[in-house]
Write a protein that binds this ligand. Structure first.
Ligand code: KG4
Ligand code: ZN
Length: 414
């Protein structure tokens, strides 16, 4: 059983749950007034089948996850019908495991929360139809979850962070900057105009055949690039960061990917090797692409901080920047962001790596946040649909661009 306690004081003062368990061991049921609210969260928006039970105070009572990464690494990317089939094969077991680990009766749940947007249609569909059946059987309220909202709010489970704060979500499928003003109150400041940084790093890693590299064969593309970059020299290539002239907070990574493609082709010619073999300059290329991506991400984030401060949307001296998503586990990119937060007197916070990537805990926690705020709790599930595409909050990226804030140059000595 997995129990994560947020407060260290739990040993000196037993939690309500411990009291409840203790009473239950004597067959004494204290009734619901003793219980925290409990939410089961279910996530299937992409390639992870995940579930968790979380209580109102942020205790994770049970968790289970099935990752499809290995399968998709072999096929060179996610094939939606394959992802759907794997979700179908695993969802019941994963939800059962999370519930068993939590040692609660399903009847004790306050609600079931499930990702319904955005994501891969075929994957979202599996989680939603399973959840609706469960909701119907257990007669519990249903809380539909926006996947990005869940990523953004995760930090409030691990740290005491008040609204408003700035969030940067960077992963294989997401790339956005948003101001979080409340549980479901977001201002979208910028997003990727094409692909996400993790997707770009995955494509570069695939083009460099890093899966054949003895040190990287089991790593995701982004992790492989980070690993190899440590052995490389970024100065061997001079690559311009994307969107240098656009004074907004949008991102772009496909141009960078094409530049890297050209460099790889050139190097293959020079080294006289075939596509699919590993270049001797692979580490230098990894270092250069990682540095360019880090500078691009840092600059857009810097502008977002300045914009929010200029408009008094964020505190002048106590602002918080939260970074999450799979790419947030990249320490080089984190250091680039640290340079920005140091220069702007902000605090940089990242959830632990296992909460940065897709998981059931963030969905359950989003359910708790919504339950506490009384937002979006459905007692009638008729007409609930999944939405593969769905923006986050109010899009003010045009206004951000019109402000055309010039970002002071920072030395990116990482
Ligand atoms: O959040 P996540 O698990 O799934 C979604 O994309 O939603 O993120 C996975 C992405 C992949 O593109 C992977 O290559 C990237 O995060 N990633 C990294 C690192 N670890 C995972 N990118 C850069 N550096 C890493 N250390
Ligand atoms: Zn995600």
């Amino acid at each position: 059983m997995l129990i994560l306690n947020k407060t260290a004081g739990v040993f000196s003062k037993p939690s309500k749950r411990k009291v409840y368990e203790f009473l239950r061991s004597f067959n004494i049921y204290p009734g619901t007034q003793f219980l925290h609210k409990l939410v089961l969260g279910i996530e299937t928006s992409c390639d992870d089948t995940a579930a968790a039970v979380v209580d109102e105070t942020g205790n994770v009572l049970g968790e289970a996850i099935h990752s499809q990464t290995e399968v998709h690494l072999k096929t060179g990317g996610i094939i939606p019908p394959v992802a759907q089939q794997l979700h179908r094969e695993n969802i019941q077991r994963i939800v059962q495991e999370a519930l068993s680990a939590s040692r609660i009766f399903p009847s004790e749940l306050s609600a079931i929360a499930t990702t319904i947007k955005p994501g891969l249609a075929l994957s979202l569909g599996v989680g939603l139809s399973f959840s609706l059946q469960l909701v119907d059987q257990l007669k519990k309220p249903f809380i539909p979850i926006h996947h990005m909202e869940a990523h953004a709010l995760t930090i409030r489970l691990t740290n005491k962070v008040e609204f408003p704060f700035l969030v940067l979500l960077i992963s294989g499928g997401h790339c956005l900057l948003a101001l979080v003003r409340g549980v479901s109150d977001f201002l979208l400041l910028g997003k990727s105009l094409d692909i996400a940084p993790g997707d770009m790093l995955d494509k570069v890693a695939r083009r460099l055949s890093l899966i054949r590299h003895p040190e990287c064969s089991t790593m995701s593309g982004g992790k492989a690039v980070e690993h190899l970059a440590k052995q490389g020299n970024r100065f061997n290539f001079d690559i311009k960061p994307p969107l240098q002239r656009a004074k907004n907070c949008d991102f772009s990574f496909s141009g960078l990917q094409h530049v890297i493609d050209k460099i790889i082709m050139q190097k293959e010619k020079e080294e006289g090797i075939e596509k699919g073999q590993i270049l001797s300059s692979a580490a230098d290329i990894a270092a250069a692409v990682q540095h360019t991506a880090a500078c691009h991400i840092a600059k857009r984030t810097h502008r977002a901080i300045l914009f929010c401060k200029q408009r008094n949307l964020l505190s002048q001296s106590n602002a918080v920047l939260v970074v999450s998503g799979g790419v947030a586990s990249n320490l080089y990119i984190r250091k680039a962001l640290e340079i920005v937060t140091n220069a702007t007197q902000c605090t940089l916070l990242c959830p632990p790596p296992r909460l940065c990537t897709d998981n059931g805990i963030m969905i359950a926690w989003n359910g708790i946040e919504r339950l506490r705020a009384g937002l979006g709790i459905l007692h009638n599930i008729e007409g609930v649909r999944y939405e593969p595409k769905c923006p986050l909050g109010v899009d003010i990226s045009k206004e951000v661009g019109e402000a055309a804030i010039k970002v002071p140059r920072l030395k990116m000595k990482i």
